[in-house]
Design a protein around this ligand. Structure first.
Ligand code: PHE
Length: 338
């Protein structure tokens, strides 16, 4: 046994060194280290070695195993190096790499983030609410009675359960006032859904940004100042901003906001960009009915709210003529914003 070990070690190493490819390598490995391999057989034979020789033979065996393992590792590294060399043959590694196209943000994301930043500087915090809403938060609590046209089956996506896809982000006003206490200053960007015929200026899924400010003594000049400032920041100080009397069930008085500016490739003109108004006391009443406290008692607080279409703002900012471009994901269009 003692004399056998060096012989087997020499033979094994010679076998390994003669290996020329991955397959032969695997055969050699099995022939030496496999279950029936030469080294494994020696290890099995250890049990028949006389007790007083065990230590010496064991040491020899370990040394043999180490030498063989080292030979295997060296061979494997050599085979790998050879394979790498072959793979690179004929490739000019000094050629410059092909340019990697970098992604960019979608125009809607850009305009939304910009709007959020302006409003955050004014102290508005982000708020959120579900897109699958119930009629209470989307309509009833917003002083929009059951016979109001906005609730029409033809204009709204209803589920069998009675829930619906929110037709505006104004439902977040209600969600916020149910849980927070004044003073409240929030903005809520998000999707809104309407059964609109899809054309160059309408989508059935679009994007709004809602705002709500409720505190003691919030007044109409606060509303005007805030939104004028906002549109000047967004579109430039030369932008004219006009408040046109309008009606919304949940604000009184209510206005639509138009801006006058030059859209790329167009004559300057007035463009409607938002709806707004002073929160109708009836809205505070319905919040009061939901809450156990009187945080929103209509005689204590006042507020203003606004809602704008982010798609529309993006179209104005970049002179986009067809709203559908915003959802078609055509890289030729999108790469212009990257
Ligand atoms: N929710 C209104 C709409 O979708 C916009 C609006 C929001 C108007 C808040 C007034 C106050 O048209």
């Amino acid at each position: 046994m003692k004399d056998q070990i060096p012989t087997i070690q020499t033979e094994a190493i010679a076998l390994i060194e003669a290996v020329a490819d991955a397959r032969a390598f695997e055969d050699a490995r099995v022939a030496v280290l496999g279950k029936k391999g030469s080294l494994s057989q020696l290890a099995t034979a250890m049990k028949d070695v006389a007790k007083e020789d065990k230590a010496e033979v064991g040491q020899l065996l370990n040394a043999a195993r180490q030498a063989i393992t080292a030979a295997l590792e060296a061979k494997q590294a050599a085979l790998q190096a050879e394979a790498d060399k072959q793979a690179l043959e004929g490739i000019d590694v000094t050629l410059p790499a092909r340019p990697l196209a970098l992604g960019g943000l979608h125009p809607l994301t850009l305009i939304r983030d910009e709007a959020i930043q302006i409003l955050r500087r004014m102290g508005f915090a982000l708020a959120d609410g579900p897109e699958i809403e119930d009629e209470f938060h989307c309509f009833d609590a917003l002083n929009t009675p059951a016979d109001h046209p906005a609730r029409n089956e033809k204009d709204t996506f209803y589920f069998d359960s009675g829930k619906l896809l929110r037709t505006h982000t104004s439902s977040v006003q209600i969600r916020t006032m149910e849980t927070a206490v004044p003073p409240i200053r929030i903005i809520a960007p998000g999707s809104a859904y309407r059964r609109d015929e899809i054309d160059a200026t309408h989508l059935s899924v679009f994007n709004q940004l809602e705002g709500l400010y409720v505190a003691e003594d919030v007044s109409l000049p606060d509303l005007k100042g805030t939104l004028e400032y906002f549109f000047h920041e967004l579109f430039g100080p030369e932008t004219a901003v006009r408040f046109r009397p309008h009606f919304f069930p949940f604000t009184e008085p209510s206005f639509e906001i138009d801006v006058k500016l030059t859209v790329k490739g167009q004559q300057p003109r007035w463009i409607e960009v938002a709806g707004c108004g002073m929160v109708d006391p009836a809205v505070f009443e319905s919040i009061h009915g939901q809450r156990k406290d009187d945080a929103f008692a209509a005689e204590k607080v006042t507020g203003f709210a606004f809602g704008m279409g982010l798609d529309r703002l993006a179209m104005i900012r970049w002179g986009i003529r067809d709203i559908r471009l915003l959802i078609e994901n055509d890289v030729r269009f999108l790469s212009q914003f990257a």
